[in-house]
Design a protein around this ligand. Structure first.
Ligand code: GCU
Length: 433
């Protein structure tokens, strides 16, 4: 597929600039925001095998092409993750049936991640709100949060996280720990009341419980738990942090399927930005997620890498050397050599519904590249009997389009707004009910 036909028409209007920055290799790092300077690129066809054989049937997709793409993206980008730890178990820490003024049932559950009985292990603390009045099991949105469970609501009963966090005085985080001022500091991104009133539950956990988000030489989080004796870092084909967060979402799903108040056939996994990358990778690997939602996930998420618009492979690998596997560094400024692109990440989710959301001012995440990933995944949805997304043009601002592949670009910046959530719930209403 060549970028120039027919997608050339898909122009984002706006100020077009190129920004020159530097990275540690001291080579100028050019950040391109000029649509005219997007390099010509060829996307590999999700319905053609690497050896050129076409894929004409669902069985060839599931049996041959899908495993091929999954293997390539695992080995070259996100890295191989282990299975569920043998001695993992859950403790329900609290369960209150009349939380949030009677609107919610609130549970706190600790997932003890352990391989052996004697391991210290890693604890993943999950907060679950369910509609209190639900007569049956409830569908649930699952997503990691950035600042601890206590930050997503002003509910004073939520346990204050004691995990390491990046300092941020605006979020009440000092000396790498949350203070009580951190309670509710991110509540505007989590419209819990609207979710409960619409019949959805919410499961969330702090992503740093799985792997604190800094390049610490792989000493903390879940990675060391899986090292061989004398291993000190993942091998170049083994998981980085994005794959670890995705793995953590699956471990939360392991709990949710045991919770009798949760409809485990109707769990939507959602993530914003780096956590949108993780949500997409979780959805690609774990078919228990009925819906996958990417909010402004950008480079390494929904955005096509080969466009090299906004954040690039080199830039992301330089700023966040711990996010992807070692092999991904091979593609710094050599995106053309990638045997896949992010439309294939979307295709791995097929035929399950996936929603991609962009924000027009979030050029760093390349809204057009996010849209094109959905568009180029559409043939796989069609092969599997679903309408994905039709229409080659990006929609007008603030309009939700598509069928099994949903998309919108809203006005404003990189963020999660009530408008985004409304679109996700409308989408879930359409596909889950
Ligand atoms: C940085 C990073 C992005 C990421 C974002 C976020 O901007 O470059 O790739 O999506 O942080 O997670 O907020």
């Amino acid at each position: 597929m060549l970028r120039d036909c027919p997608f050339q028409k898909l122009g984002l209007i706006g100020l077009i600039v190129s920004v020159v920055a530097m990275d540690s290799s001291a080579q100028p790092l050019v950040i391109n925001y000029d649509e005219a300077k997007v390099p010509g690129y060829r996307l590999s066809d999700p319905l053609v095998m690497s050896d050129g054989r076409p894929v004409h049937s669902a069985s060839a997709w599931y049996g041959l092409r899908r495993p091929e793409i999954l293997d390539q993206m695992t080995a070259q980008m996100y890295g191989e993750a282990p299975g569920r730890p043998e001695k993992m178990h859950f403790s329900v820490v609290s369960d209150q049936t009349d939380a949030l003024g009677g609107l919610a049932r609130r549970k706190e559950v600790t997932i003890h991640l352990k391989r052996h009985e004697t391991d210290q292990g890693v604890d993943l603390n999950v907060l679950l709100y369910l509609p209190a009045k639900a007569k049956e099991v409830s569908p649930v949105f699952l997503g990691f949060n950035f600042f601890g469970n206590h930050s997503i609501s002003h509910d004073p009963e939520i346990t204050l996280s004691d995990a390491w966090m990046r300092n941020d005085s605006t979020k009440g985080i000092r000396e790498h720990r949350a203070t009580s001022a951190s309670r509710g500091s991110n509540a505007d991104r989590w419209p819990v009341q609207m979710m409960l009133e619409r019949g959805y539950g919410l499961a969330t956990a702090y992503y740093g419980d799985i792997d604190p988000d800094f390049d610490d030489g792989w000493q903390n989080g879940v990675h060391p738990m899986f090292f061989r004796e004398s291993q000190r870092a993942p091998e170049p084909h083994q998981w980085g942090s994005v794959a670890a967060w995705a793995w953590g979402l699956s471990r939360i799903m392991d709990y949710l399927v045991t919770d009798v108040q949760v409809d485990h056939d109707r769990v939507a996994v959602m993530g914003h930005s780096r956590l949108g990358k993780a949500a997409l990778w979780a959805g690609a690997n774990d078919a228990r997620f009925a819906i996958v939602v990417s909010n402004n996930s950008g480079c390494g998420g929904a955005a096509l890498s080969k466009r090299a618009y906004g954040e690039t492979v080199r830039r992301i690998n330089t700023s966040f050397p711990h996010w992807f596997c070692g092999h991904f560094g091979t593609y710094n400024e050599r995106e053309a050599l990638l045997p896949f692109d992010q439309h294939q990440l979307i295709a791995l989710i097929a035929p399950r519904p996936v929603y991609i959301a962009s924000a027009v001012e979030d050029r760093w995440a390349d809204p057009k590249g996010e849209f094109l990933s959905g568009l180029h995944a559409d043939p796989v949805y069609r092969l599997l009997g679903k309408r994905g997304i039709s229409g080659l043009e990006m929609p007008e601002l603030n309009r939700s389009v598509g069928n099994a592949i949903g998309y919108h670009v809203r006005d404003g910046r990189h963020n999660v707004l009530p408008f985004d959530w409304k679109c996700y719930m409308d989408f879930a209403d359409r596909h889950l009910r």
